[in-house]
Ligand binder design. Structure first.
Ligand code: GUN
Length: 293
């Protein structure tokens, strides 16, 4: 039997509906949740992501601002802006879209965001809280993946989850979150990376395989266990002269090749992406709860 395609768009829609009630309730009390996204430079993918985040906020009734910097602001200009936003009472959440252009230090920027407004969960205080199992904000993409697994009937509890990619935004926090002793997680986790030898020997024993390497269509049907659940985090642009834009989006999974073998798979687009946005909205509502009560 071919794989079930997990509809991230639909599941994310359900989460947004749940959040709408909370946003409406705040608005009825005169509290308008507010999120600012800071966009630096001309990275076309970042521009699209930030616009999608802003649109999703507006649809839900969250006030949204996008602050744009040219390619080369100084580190201190960027940090001054973050500090100004930390002090604004009408802004509950701040995110600085990554990657930043060369020469800017992402760690230093994360360090300056007020942890109570850190809706990305990237501040070291929030990462530390995540690590010891006392989270405030959890990073949106790993949180979205865990929600997606649980809400699609593929709970990770007791399963062997193999994660490919150890980046700060997805792989590494996801490994920590999935290994927590709590409902909806409690998985056995293997974290593979560019230093892993014989990658296939790990991918073939995964009950759930999370692909977050950023290598287009690298995972084929011959690399997975029949019936495995595949979560594709890749959003790679590959040249496509036949298309209007000149490129197409593809995941880290070779969809056609795994489809007859896997038990379930998330599509690209329409899988993890909408969940990331839904969890950012959820974190923004949480930020209001923390700051306003
Ligand atoms: N770049 C890729 N994913 C993310 C994310 O979740 N948050 C931010 N701020 N930047 C990103």
């Amino acid at each position: 039997m071919p794989a079930t395609v997990i509809d991230g768009k639909k599941i994310a829609e359900g989460i947004r509906t749940e959040l709408k009630g909370k946003v409406d309730s705040y608005r009825s009390k005169g509290i308008i949740p507010g999120l600012v996204a800071v966009l630096v430079g001309e990275n076309p993918a970042s521009r699209i992501y930030v616009n999608m985040k802003a649109k999703a906020c507006q649809k839900l009734g969250i006030h949204s601002e996008v602050i744009k910097f040219p390619e080369d602001p100084s580190q201190s200009e960027l940090i001054d802006k973050v500090e100004e936003l930390n002090h604004r009472g009408d802004i509950h959440g701040i995110l600085v879209q990554f990657p930043l252009p060369k020469g800017l230090d992402e760690f230093e920027v994360n360090l300056k965001i007020d942890p109570a407004k850190d809706v990305d969960g990237f501040h070291p205080e929030n990462i530390g809280r995540m690590l010891i199992g006392k989270p405030t904000f959890l990073p949106a993409t790993p949180l979205g993946i865990i929600e997606l697994l649980n809400r699609s009937g593929n709970p990770p509890e007791g399963k062997h989850v193999v994660i490919l990619g150890r980046g700060n935004i997805v792989g590494r926090p996801l490994a920590v979150m999935l290994a927590q002793k709590q409902k909806g997680a409690n998985a056995t986790v293997t974290l593979c990376h560019t230093g892993t030898q014989d990658l296939s020997s790990f991918t073939k024993i995964a009950d759930i395989l999370i692909c977050a390497m950023g290598v287009p269509e690298m995972i084929g049907g011959d690399m997975i266990k029949p019936g495995a659940v595949l979560v594709d985090v890749g959003t790679n642009r590959v040249p496509d002269p036949g298309s209007e834009k000149g490129y197409r989006l593809t995941g880290d999974v070779d969809f056609d090749s795994i489809y007859p073998v896997a038990g379930a798979v998330t599509p690209v687009p329409g899988g993890v992406g909408p969940m990331t946005i839904a969890m950012l909205l959820s974190n923004t509502v949480k930020a209001v709860e923390i700051q306003v009560g």
